[in-house]
Design a protein around this ligand. Structure first.
Ligand code: FES
Length: 110
């Protein structure tokens, strides 16, 4: 599963569908300071997609993702919850790699 790296600019966000073990997962992919980060699009508070109640889930500075349902906020660096009802949990990371102009998703880090 992948897409052209040019489709994810600095501070950008893509939401993709990843198929693994016959299940389909929604995955968030961001780029901050040139580094890609990917997480399952599932808030650990009630396991709803972060964009369940609205599309604006990435902070203006690209440092945090916010769950649109109850406002839990997660650090882009490692997905840990920094405030809100999902504390002390974290988003589930997904391996992501950029190579030859493509962004490719890998394993889910349960
Ligand atoms: S479902 Fe995300 S904060 Fe409640």
């Amino acid at each position: 599963m992948g897409f052209a790296a040019a489709g994810l600019v600095e501070g950008g966000l893509r939401i993709l569908q990843l198929t693994e073990d016959d299940q389909i997962w929604s995955v968030l992919v961001t780029r901050r300071n040139g580094q890609l980060r990917a997480f399952l699009n599932a808030c650990p508070h009630q396991y709803l997609p972060l964009d369940f109640a609205g599309p604006n889930i990435l902070s203006a500075d690209g440092a945090t993702l916010m769950c649109s349902m109850h406002g839990a906020m997660f650090a882009i660096e490692d997905g840990h919850c920094v405030t809100g009802p999902a504390m002390p949990c974290a988003l589930t990371a997904v391996d992501v790699l950029e190579k030859d102009g493509m962004v490719r998703l890998g394993a889910i880090r349960w």
